[in-house]
Design a protein around this ligand. Sequence first.
Ligand code: AMP
Length: 414
Amino acid sequence: MGNLPGTRDILPEDTALWQFIEMETRGVFERYGFYEIRTPVIEPTELFARGIGGDTDIVGKEMYTFHDQSDRSVTLRPEATASVMRAYIQNTMFREGNLRKLYYFGPMFRHEKKQKGRWRQFFQAGVEAIGSDHPAVDAEIIEMAISMLEALEIKSRLLINSVGCRECRPKYVELLRNELQKNSDGFCGDCQRRAVTNSLRVLDCKVENCQPLIVGLPVITEHLCEDCTKHFIDLRGHLDDAGITYEIVPRLVRGLDYYTRTAFEIVSGELGSQNALVGGGRYDGLSEILGGPATPAIGFAVGLDRLAMILSETRGQTDRRGPEIFLAWMGAAAFSKSLQIARQLRRAGHYCYMNFGEGSLKSRMRLANKLDAKHVLIIGDNELANERYAVKRLADSEQWEASLPEIENYLRKC
Ligand code: AMP
């Protein structure tokens, strides 16, 4: 029996790379004062219908939704921002009155068309800074996303835009809808539908024939209200001060309805068509949509599968940690002794490996090398009788005899 399309097993050969990515990412988030939050993988369907918007592709076509035994409509989360905001409201974190900085790691589920770099179960790390609309917060989380990619030595480009607010965005959308209605013939079928349901989404259509038509549409940055214009100017000022280079892309709108003002994406040149690594933006309207108090917030999510894909191409496999000591036992008496030595060394905190089948010393040495063991402990009849064992250091093939306490003492200093 196989796994479902769009899902995969990440095998032990690859998990070292994933652990490395997670460790570096977590380290950067924590240096910027973010704390981890863990929310359920399943949520009421209503959360995403309200929080993401019914006319988005995610909610309309891509969610894994089912009815549980209590006939509740449940959905495997397609993203985590709505869940984090639900948890923020439900746990009355807003009462503390300060900026809450939260981060998460975990699998997300979207029934998307399968292609390279696009999975139906994929992994994201993300952050949400909830409780401030200050443009310096936007700049700080963008800086953090860039630091994270730098820590992983991934080259990237930052694209930014402002998508306005409740005041100015509807007026711009109205203008856009009118323009689209005037001349909708050349657009693809999806765009013609979006022109009515979610006009902004026309701007990020990837269909080639739509591109020249999109270029002629009005741009949102020329229709921002005074406050949004100032916010965008201030954000750019903070990015300039931090020495961060960016491109302003007025077509960058993000697919989700609750985004306001800052929208950004970080792309890599190395991934072909699925080159988006980080997607983020401000979502000042989400808390209210979910029944909470008006609370400004900004966040981003980074696709860990894509980071792993780039790093496995640029760095190759990350070394697995080999055993500190490999127990090469020969004979039944040595087997029992080996179990006891393994227990003792592990209790003392050492990574000790032994296998359970009979085998020659030669085959044992072959396996120890394959596992990248640092030392081999040879346990045969002679060694048992004297309680002194042959220790072989594989790096330089040096070999010596030692008692178990001497070995422990040596390993402690390694
Ligand atoms: P989004 O939540 O759509 O803003 O996506 C944020 C990031 O998650 C993207 O930039 C990608 O790196 C990653 N991502 C989104 N969808 C997928 C997918 N189906 N497979 C792999 N990575 C994805």
